[in-house]
Design a protein around this ligand. Structure first.
Ligand code: 13P
Length: 243
């Protein structure tokens, strides 16, 4: 099932400078030996140079965001048209965009449609905050994010389950809790999509997620900024998934 092929995606967020970005991309290219899908998501200004560095390798490139219009007076925004020739993927609905940039499900829905219109594959992020979980509303929040962000969309896209409380905290979800949420996501969508886990993933804990058939890989933040750590996550995933 090509659309469920394991994927390890590295979200570099707003980190590095050009020199360090190119070095990291080069190290990942050199060290990659496993046959699962690997994608990196550098900041916008580095995309074209990183593309040059990884050319000739199977590493896919993605953007961390796009705007939901093709062009116009939208100061500071990036159109899908500007990146579609080099980016296979785009991360949409990340909790940091929802929190700091006030993106709601309606906006995320417009972005997902725009990405699909231009042939860019969205990785849609959903996940509950700590207070949602404490109040027993985690699944309700996940369901409403999925339904709102994917309203009138039936394409088979990649979902990343990223519980907000596990992002950047060094405390990942327990494997069984991630599994439960991801099973729920599959149930809500009712179609066979690829689902990743994200939140404090590293090479020592990745197996606790990808050992489940339902979890197809990971969206990695901090650990994707160190080539040895990122390649370790890729290697362990390939081993556990039998690639
Ligand atoms: P960390 O791996 O740093 O927790 O970040 C996860 C994430 O937000 C990936 O998109």
């Amino acid at each position: 099932m090509e659309h469920r092929r394991p994927l390890i995606a590295g979200n570099w967020k707003m980190n590095l400078n050009l020199e360090r970005a190119l070095k990291l991309a080069g190290e990942i290219k050199e060290g990659l030996s496993d046959d699962i899908e690997v994608a990196i998501f550098p900041p916008f200004p580095f995309l074209f140079e990183v593309k040059r560095v990884i050319s000739g390798s199977p590493i896919k490139l993605g953007a961390q965001n796009i705007y939901h219009e093709d062009e116009g007076a939208f100061t500071g925004e990036v159109s899908p048209i500007m990146i579609k020739d080099i980016c296979e993927y785009v991360i949409l609905g990340h909790s940091e965009r929802r929190l700091y940039f006030k993106e709601d499900d309606n906006m995320v829905n417009r972005k997902v449609r725009k990405a699909l219109e231009h042939g860019i594959k969205p990785i849609l992020c959903v996940g509950e905050r700590l207070e949602d979980r404490k109040e027993g509303r985690a699944f309700e929040v996940i369901k409403s994010q999925l339904e709102g962000s994917l309203r009138d969309i039936d394409a088979s896209i990649t979902i990343a389950y990223e519980p907000v409380w596990a992002i950047g905290t060094g405390v990942p979800a327990r494997g069984e809790d991630a599994l439960e949420a991801i099973k729920f996501i599959r149930e809500v969508l009712g179609r066979d999509v690829r689902v990743l886990y994200g939140g404090s993933v590293n090479k020592d804990n990745i197996a606790q997620f990808v050992r489940y058939e339902e979890i197809d890989g990971a969206l990695v933040g901090g650990a994707s900024l160190r080539s040895e750590e990122f390649l370790g996550i890729v290697r362990r995933t390939a081993e556990v998934k039998g690639f």
